[in-house]
Design a protein around this ligand. Structure first.
Ligand SMILES: *Cc1c(COP(=O)(O)O)cnc(C)c1O
Ligand SMILES: [Zn+2]
Length: 501
């Protein structure tokens, strides 16, 4: 729809211009820094940053009801820059001119309801929000759209030039970083650091295909992260890890979309999210807080973070009920099928601590919970989800296993509805499915495949002549081949012949 076709009182709000100002705020010493710099940690104390809108109160001049109408009407616009995460421009990057926005089709991923069969197994209604339907097939595109739009904005403003964007990754960050950087080539080049043999072949092929320089490093993600930090301290590179506060900002869109998709009614809703480097849960907490403070939503939904017992530092931290006794301790990770979350020392932990506290205070009651699941549960629930029409990857399976665990612990009541983050597409992690079906998991995973969930292709080998490349069968040989093969398929499927007409 064209802007002139909208109701008059909406028109002036439809297409946001650059307004306001943003600053980096240090979570440690509270210092504030100019947004025109590419900063990742506080130059004074080294702590992580969040992007702050010091004049956010101006957003309250518009009622929650009016904001809801603005976002709902924006859905009908055909303006590329407003089709993705910047539908929520005023909350995600008010300083961003729309012509600097990079839109590659991210965001507005579907909420897909679980069928009756799966809901009955779990005990409550739930949805997957399919973030695997983003362009590089994971939620990381949300944060990259934000970070690269911002870099594009700085390039256009003449503040920076010839950017070399780098990141360490468990696979999906690098796929997204390389994709969005490629769109801005040659002004932006990207280099990614991956832990050798700790990403799936699909995840390795993605940055290679986008033209990034790919380095495979011995060790796990936490080791790669240390190298990237050293690089960014010594050399002029743009860091695209979730240390980059612009990534967190873009990922807030996930919360805004859930609000909008549920008609802004979040009472009795439970959001379940896997935790690795903890950027995603940070963004989700922050997104709901921002909408709540402006009155766009009236209830803060319950948030449940899930970790595998093979990489559980956040879970362990919150096991201590007394906040004054809590002490963060990084863990040494063990192999996990939730490989993108296999992180022992999450970069965003200080952000999580800060925001969980604020979220619970605003909610009036504890409203953020953490559960731990095992590798077996993650795989079994992922496979069950996919057998019921979903495209959840292992981390989506982790969320579902987390929901089942949270039900058992009474964190989720009978009348609540859960929204599970299917953070990536199942095909990115199909190697784990293969290991399950081939019963080939190395013992460290502690997974013994359930025979009922195993599925294998059936090779049909007829006794007579068979076609081969460039050697097609003809005439009776072909007819014989078709008959024997279709008979063995009918046998395998236990098909009965059609009755005569
Ligand atoms: C990155 C990632 C996670 C973990 O998210 P964090 O923000 O690091 O906590 C979970 N699942 C998938 C598929 C990911 O790519
Ligand atoms: Zn500081």
């Amino acid at each position: 729809m064209k802007p002139e076709d909208f109701p008059e009182n909406i028109r002036s709000y439809l297409i946001p211009g650059p307004t306001g100002r943003l600053t980096y705020q240090c979570l440690g010493c509270k210092a504030v820094f100019d947004i025109k710099k590419l900063l990742y940690t506080c130059p004074d104390c080294g702590q992580v940053l969040l992007i702050d809108d010091p004049d956010a109160d101006r957003l309250k001049a518009i009622s929650g009801k009016m904001w809801r109408r603005i976002f709902d009407y924006r859905k009908m616009l055909s303006i590329s820059a407003l089709k993705g995460i910047y539908r929520y421009h005023e909350f995600l990057g008010p300083i961003m001119p729309l012509d600097a926005v990079i839109y590659l089709g991210e965001g507005h991923t579907p909420l897909v309801a679980a069928n009756d069969r799966l809901q009955q197994q779990v005990g409550v209604p739930f949805y997957f929000k399919n973030d695997g339907q983003n362009p590089s097939a994971s939620f990381k595109d949300r944060g990259m759209a934000s970070a690269l739009s911002y870099i594009n904005y700085l390039i256009r403003a003449g503040e920076v030039s010839d950017i070399l964007a780098v990141c360490a990754s468990t696979g999906d960050t690098s796929a997204a970083a390389a994709l969005y950087s490629a769109y801005l080539s040659p002004k932006v080049k990207s280099a990614v650091l991956l832990p050798h043999k700790k990403v799936t072949p699909q995840q390795l092929s993605q940055p290679l295909g986008s033209g990034a320089t790919v380095f495979e490093i011995p060790g796990v993600f936490d080791d790669c992260m240390k190298v990237v930090e050293a690089l960014s301290e010594k050399y002029p590179v743009a860091l695209l890890n979730s240390k980059n506060a612009w990534r967190i900002l873009g990922q807030e869109s996930y919360a805004y979309e859930i609000a909008q998709d549920l008609e802004y009614d979040l009472s009795k809703k439970v959001i379940i999210v896997p935790i690795g480097n903890a950027g995603n849960i940070t963004a989700i907490l922050r997104g709901f807080i921002k909408f709540f403070e402006v009155g766009i939503i009236e209830t803060l939904p319950k948030i449940i973070g899930v970790q595998s017992d093979h990489a559980d530092p956040v879970y362990r931290y919150y096991q201590q009920p007394d906040p004054d006794q809590r002490h963060f301790q990084p863990v040494t990770v063990q192999p996990s099928v939730a490989q993108a979350a296999m992180i022992g020392n999450p970069v965003s932990m200080p952000r999580v601590i800060h925001l969980v506290d604020r979220y619970n205070t605003l909610s009036g009651d504890p409203n953020v919970f953490f559960v731990r699941v095992n590798e077996q549960q993650i795989m079994d629930w992922q496979l069950k989800a996919c057998r019921n029409g979903h495209i959840a990857c292992t981390h989506g399976g982790e969320c579902l296993a987390g929901l089942v665990t949270a039900r058992r612990l009474n964190y989720v009541a009978d009348d609540e509805v859960a929204i599970l983050d299917a953070t990536a597409h199942a095909i990115k992690f199909s190697d784990f499915q293969n290991m399950y079906f081939d019963q080939a998991f190395p013992p460290e995973f502690e997974i013994s495949p359930n025979p009922d969930l195993i599925n294998q292709p059936i090779l049909v080998q007829p006794s007579g002549p068979v076609p081969a490349p460039e050697k097609p069968l003809l005439g009776t040989e072909l007819a014989q081949f078709v008959t024997t093969v279709s008979e063995s398929i009918a046998n395998a499927l236990d098909l009965k012949g059609k009755p005569p007409l």
